[in-house]
Each structure stands twice: as C-alpha cells, then as structure tokens.
Design a protein around this ligand. Structure first.
Ligand code: OAD
Length: 256
C-alpha cells in the first residue's frame, strides 16, 4: 500500500505492537551529510572500488590506502551531527515497550541522538581491532586533514598485544557478521510486531533478510525510503519520504 503520508496508520501499528524493530541503512545518515553506498552519482561505490578498499585482501594489498580511506570516513562522521530523523527515532524508542534498533551503519549518529544499545551489524568506524589477533585495540586518531583527503595514505598503528597492524572495526565483504549482534537482531525480527526499514537498499545480506523474517512471522513491515528497493515488495506500507521528514512526522503521530 502506498499513501502520501501514512504516519497515522503506522503510529497505530507502533502503539499496538509489543515489540518493534528499526533496521537502518546508509540513507538514514544521508541528511547528516554522510554519503550512501549506492544510488545517485554520489554513492561511495560509484566513486571508489570496494574490492580495493573493503576486504581483507584489499588491506593485505595496500593497508595504508585502506586505513586512510576509513579515517576519511571517520572524519566525515566526526564532523556530522544527527538530524531530526535520528532524534525522532530516539523519541519513538523511548515511547514503546520494546524497541530494537539494528543498523548497518558504521557511524555513531544513533547513539549521539540518544538511542541506547544500538546493534551494529557491520561494526563501527570507531572500534579498531588487530588484523592479526583480532583483539580490540586503541582508538581512532584523526589527522587534521583527514576530512579533505579520501585518498590519504597512512600506515595503520600496531597492536599493543601482538604487534600486528590495526584495521578498521567494520565488516568487510567476505566476512561474517558479529555473531552476537546477528543473533539479537534475528531474534528481534522474529518476535516483533512491526519492523521499520529505513534508508536501506535491501541488497546486502544477511541484514536485508531481517524484514523478510519479520514478515514471515506476521509482523507489519514499513519501508521509509524515497525510492523503491528490493524490500518494497514485502512492505505493508512504502513511505516515499526521507528519514529526516518521515520520522519526525511518525514521532508526532505517536505522541498525539
Ligand atoms: P545503500 O547505499 O545500498 O542504500 C541506501 C538507501 O538509502 C537507498 O535505497 C536510498 O534510496 C536510500 N536513501 C537515500 N537517501 C535517503 C534519505 N534521506 N532517507 C531515507 N532513505 C534514503 O546503503 P545500505 O542499504 O545501508 O556494507 O547498504 C548496505 C551495506 O552495503 C552497507 O552497510 C555497506 C555497503 O556495502 C558494508 O560496509 C559491510
């Protein structure tokens, strides 16, 4: 079903559901100035080659290039602020009995807007770990010019435990999702009464399976995205709007 402003109906589903899942993707952060991966000429994967930047093989081949690119992305996030949609989602979470926020995003904008216990399926730009021993190690220190230099080359620091190189704390292509995060997300999707899919193309699995799991267990699925996606077919409502527009409207409808 597609209606121009479905906030009242979605708010009713929100109030009736015993538990709710929000699955967010790169589109959630777009209005904070963080580029998405796909769609439009500005998508990261239309400007940069993922095979050269987002895999263990890429890190082995040129760790200075990979580390520098992730520092650039971390700098973009450090300079960004959560937008009205992030804040509205935090208000919605505070009003419902059980709310699970699952994100594919590696930024911290949900946390900065006030959401707690955010499940990061694809890791975080700010949790570096060792490429060799895998232990969390150190903090991300950003050079002053990182924000202006996506192709900054910088040799990563060494692990204080084993001396290996530090890598970004994100999930790369070919890698498994963090098991605990996935288990919590999958269980929440199975048990929820409503899943909001916000700003994701629904292409990358297993994250994109969560709306399908929720639907198969009789939950309502609402997609918030300005364009049709792989997930549109499974959605009970496709809300053709942006995160910063739709979520404040939904928060208002929930509050009234
Ligand atoms: P994508 O870049 O694939 O999709 C972003 C989606 O957001 C698109 O469907 C856009 O239409 C939508 N969008 C754009 N602006 C929006 C806005 N203001 N409000 C709402 N929606 C908007 O991003 P993801 O689906 O998150 O993986 O991509 C999934 C994964 O692919 C990422 O986590 C990343 C990438 O490779 C890893 O890095 C492991």
């Amino acid at each position: 079903m597609r209606v121009p402003n479905p906030s009242a109906e979605v708010a009713q589903w929100l109030q009736a559901a015993a538990s709710i899942v929000a699955l967010t993707g790169a589109g959630m952060s777009a209005e904070s100035g963080i580029p998405t991966f796909r769609g439009g000429g500005n998508g990261l994967w239309s400007q940069f080659d993922p095979s050269a930047l987002a895999s263990a093989d890429a890190f082995r081949a040129d760790r200075a290039l990979v580390w520098g690119w992730y520092l650039w992305r971390a700098a973009l996030v450090r300079h960004a602020e959560p937008h009205d949609g992030h804040h509205a989602l935090a208000r919605i979470a505070a009003r419902v009995p059980k709310f699970t926020l699952v994100t594919q995003n590696v930024d911290d904008l949900h946390e900065r807007a006030g959401n707690e216990d955010v499940i990061h399926l694809h890791g975080s730009l700010f949790s570096p770990r060792c490429f060799a021993c895998h232990r969390p190690c150190g903090e991300v220190t950003l050079p002053d010019d990182a924000i202006t230099r996506p192709t900054l080359r910088l040799v990563p620091p060494r692990c204080r435990h084993c001396g290996g190189y530090i890598r970004p704390g994100v999930v790369w292509f070919g890698e498994r999702l963090p098991v605990d995060a996935w288990c919590v997300a999958e269980k929440a999707a199975r048990e929820c009464g409503l899943l909001l899919a916000i700003g994701t193309s629904g292409i990358v699995h297993p994250a994109a399976t969560l709306p399908l799991i929720a639907k198969a267990h009789a939950a309502k699925v609402v997609e918030i995205n300005p364009v049709a996606t792989e997930l549109s077919g499974c959605a009970d409502v496709t809300w053709r709007s942006t995160a910063a527009q739709a979520l404040p409207a939904l928060a208002e409808a929930v509050a009234s």
